[in-house]
Write a new protein. Structure first.
Length: 396
C-alpha cells in the first residue's frame, strides 16, 4: 500500500487507540503494526515522503490531499507545533513506535523523558513547524534562535519552485505561498525581540526571489507595527511575496541589463503589475488582496507611477504599505545599473517623497520601526542561504 491518505488515517487511529490502551495491549500493538505497514509501503513508493498540515489543508509533498481538508488530526497536530512530518529513511518498528510516543505526548500535553527527547533526534522521522526543517523543539526552556540558512533555505527553494510552477501552469499554488509566509513569520518571531531575516543580493539573477522574500518580511513587520491583526498581517505577507510575480514573464537578460533599457524593454517592465495581477486572479479566490497589491504597488499617492490610471482612484492601504517596503528593499540592494544605497540615504528619499509618492504616516512608522529593529542578513548561495553572522541594528 502506498496511499498517503490511508497512512494518515491509520496514524490518527493509532493515536486515538494509544489514548485508550496501555503500552503492550494487543489492540494497541495491532494498530501500531497497521500504521507501520502503511508507512513502510509509502516509503517504498517515495523514498522521503513528507506531509504538511497548514490552515486545515494537508499536503503530501506538493500535492493537496483534498479528501483530508479540515482533517481533525491535522489541525490537532498543527495546534501543538507539528506542521510538518518528514520521513528521512526507512525506519524500524521500534523507531516508529518511539515516534508515535513523542507525537502522542505532544498532542496530549504530557511530559516525555529527557532521554526519549534526545533519542527522537535519530529516529528517522523529523517533525516541527513549517520552515524549521522539521527539527523537534524542546518542551521547556527558551528557544534558541536558528541561523538564517536554517530559517530561509527551504523558503528560497519553495519560492523558486512556486515561480517555476506559475510560469509553466499559469496559476499560483496558494498553499505554498502561505507556507512560505508562515515560515518567514516564524523566523521573525523566533527571538526575544522581533528580527527581520533579510537576504542580500549576491547574483543579479537572484533578485526577484530575494526581493520578494524581503518585501514579504518587511510588509508583515510594518503591518504588525501599525496594529493589523494576525490574519491581515499574513495577508500582507502573501501580497508582498507575490507583488512582483509578473516579472517571471520578463526575460532574465532584460531584468539584469546593466545599461539603459530600450522602449520595448520598458514596455515589458511596466506591464509586470498587470501580468502579475492577472496570474494571481486566475489562481485562487483567496488571493484577491495580493492581486490588487500586484497591480497597484508601483502607483504613487499623487496619481503617478504605472500602470497608467484611466480614472482617479485611491490605492489600497495594503498597496501603499507594500510600496514603501518594495522601494526600501530595491534601493538598499545592488542592481546591475547602480550600487546599493546607504540605509540613511534610503530613509531620506522616503521622507522626501512622503505625501507625494508614499503615505506620510506609513513612512514615519516604517523608519521608526527600522531604526529599532535588528536585521539578520544572509546571502543566497548556490546551495542554500548562508548566514552572514551579523545582526546589525539599523540605527543611525
Amino acid at each position: 500500500m502506498n496511499d498517503p491518505s490511508a497512512f494518515l488515517h491509520s496514524l490518527g487511529q493509532t493515536l486515538a487507540v494509544m489514548a485508550l490502551y496501555p503500552e503492550g495491549h494487543p489492540s494497541r500493538e495491532r494498530t501500531i503494526d497497521g500504521a507501520y505497514e502503511a508507512l513502510d509501503g509509502l516509503i517504498g513508493a517515495n523514498g522521503r515522503p513528507s506531509f504538511t498540515f497548514l490552515d486545515g489543508e494537508v499536503v503530501y509533498g506538493r500535492d493537496h490531499l483534498r479528501d483530508l481538508k479540515d482533517w481533525d488530526w491535522g489541525n490537532r497536530l498543527a495546534g501543538v507545533g507539528i506542521e510538518r512530518l518528514e520521513i528521512e529513511r526507512k525506519v524500524s518498528r521500534d523507531e516508529f513506535e518511539g515516534f508515535l510516543q513523542e507525537i502522542y505526548a505532544r498532542v496530549m500535553q504530557t511530559v516525555v523523558a529527557t532521554g526519549e527527547n534526545r533519542q527522537m533526534r535519530s529516529l528517522g522521522i523529523r517533525f516541527g513547524p513549517v520552515g524549521l526543517t522539521g527539527q523537534p523543539q524542546e518542551t521547556t526552556g527558551a528557544p534558541t534562535p536558528a541561523p538564517l540558512n536554517v530559517l530561509l533555505g527551504e523558503e528560497v527553494e519553495t519560492l523558486e519552485w512556486l515561480q517555476a510552477e506559475t510560469q509553466s501552469q499559469g496559476a499560483i499554488p496558494l498553499l505554498e505561498a502561505e507556507a512560505v509566509v508562515r515560515s518567514l513569520s516564524v523566523a521573525m518571531h523566533g527571538h526575544q525581540h522581533m528580527v527581520l531575516p533579510l537576504l542580500y543580493l549576491k547574483e543579479f539573477d537572484q533578485y526577484t526571489t530575494t526581493h520578494s522574500l524581503n518585501v514579504s518580511v518587511l510588509a508583515m513587520a510594518l503591518a504588525e507595527n501599525v496594529g493589523c491583526g494576525k490574519k491581515e498581517v499574513r495577508g500582507f505577507g502573501v501580497a508582498g511575496l507575490l507583488h512582483d510575480i509578473g516579472k517571471i514573464r520578463i526575460p532574465i537578460d532584460v531584468l539584469t541589463k546593466p545599461g539603459k533599457l530600450s522602449d520595448g524593454e520598458w514596455v515589458m517592465i511596466r506591464r509586470h503589475p498587470v501580468e502579475g495581477a492577472r496570474m494571481i486572479m486566475k489562481s485562487d479566490d483567496g488571493l484577491d488582496l495580493a492581486a490588487v497589491v500586484a497591480y497597484e504597488h508601483h502607483l504613487m499617492l499623487d496619481g503617478g507611477g504605472y500602470p497608467a490610471r484611466h480614472y482617479a482612484h485611491t490605492t489600497t492601504f495594503a498597496s501603499q504599505l507594500v510600496h514603501i517596503c518594495d522601494v526600501f528593499d530595491a534601493l538598499r540592494t545592488n542592481r546591475p545599473y547602480r550600487d546599493a544605497w546607504d540605509i540613511e540615504k534610503v530613509f531620506a528619499y522616503l521622507l522626501e517623497r512622503a505625501g507625494v509618492e508614499f503615505d506620510s504616516i506609513l513612512v514615519a512608522r516604517f523608519i521608526e520601526m527600522m531604526r529599532r529593529t535588528k536585521m539578520q542578513l544572509g546571502a543566497v548561495t548556490e546551495d542554500l542561504p548562508r548566514a552572514a553572522d551579523e545582526a546589525a541594528e539599523t540605527t543611525a
